[in-house]
Ligand binder design. Structure first.
Ligand code: SF4
Length: 228
């Protein structure tokens, strides 16, 4: 599978924030978020082919009680299910971070879904050539529902503007049995400054809607750098 990077850091987002984790970042994505913070896995995908055995060997070099499969979109990789099973044999807690545009019965302890909202569509970038692909692919309620039904899960919605909360409510309204305590909001932003500009109104709206707020700790601690 195409791997962008494997590194050991702390989880910067969501309910396992602060947890030391080995991150396996696949390269390749079926979306093109205009603000993508890992363009080296989407807009200009980079990485090298590595077998699941090579990946597991690399992961074993680190303390690996927690492993995060991320991307890009990790569920696109044909070998992701095998990789997750191999990692499970190490005894690792596995988080899969996905935009949840496709469903795969991947073995994991936490499916961390980040469905993309309308503001993510790259309307003008590269003369809009990815608009159709992004718009038709970014929401798959049937796939999200399967994850909600069968997994321990969290939602991490990236929010850029106040109207995004109404859109999130609409998405959740199209799903059954979502536990609102598992819905987290995080600010769009690749710098601490951008994040801080949004944080106050986001927290006000989180309180109004009953959603949780998650910081983006890795950006605050390290900046938007690879390997963190
Ligand atoms: S889904 Fe994630 S990796 Fe893909 S373009 Fe959007 S932010 Fe980037």
């Amino acid at each position: 599978m195409q791997i962008s990077e494997i590194f050991y850091s702390i989880q910067g987002e969501g309910r396992l924030i602060g947890t030391p984790s080995v991150f396996i970042r696949t390269s390749g994505c079926n979306l093109r978020c205009v603000w993508c913070d890992t363009p080296y896995t989407s807009w200009i995908p980079q990485g090298e082919k590595r077998s699941t055995e090579e990946i597991v060997n690399e992961v074993e070099k680190y303390p690996n009680r927690h492993v995060v499969l991320t991307g890009g979109e990790p569920l696109l990789a044909a070998e992701v299910e095998q990789l997750a099973m191999d990692l499970k044999r190490l005894g690792s807690h596995i988080t899969v971070e996905t935009a949840a545009t496709i469903f795969k019965p991947v073995v994991c302890d936490l499916i961390s879904m980040s469905p993309k909202l309308a503001h993510s569509t790259p309307r003008t970038r590269e003369k809009g050539k990815f608009v159709k692909m992004h718009e038709t692919g970014r929401l798959n309620l049937a796939a999200i529902q399967r994850f909600v039904n069968g997994y321990d899960y969290q939602f991490k919605f990236v929010v850029q503007q106040k109207e995004d909360f109404a859109e999130i409510e609409e998405i959740l309204g199209g799903l059954k049995s979502v536990d609102v305590s598992k819905v987290l909001i995080m600010p769009q932003g690749k710098t601490t400054r951008e994040i801080r500009l949004r944080v106050n109104w986001i927290i006000d709206l989180c309180k109004k809607y009953g959603f949780g707020y998650t910081p983006r700790l890795h950006i605050e601690l390290f900046g938007n750098r690879r390997g963190t």
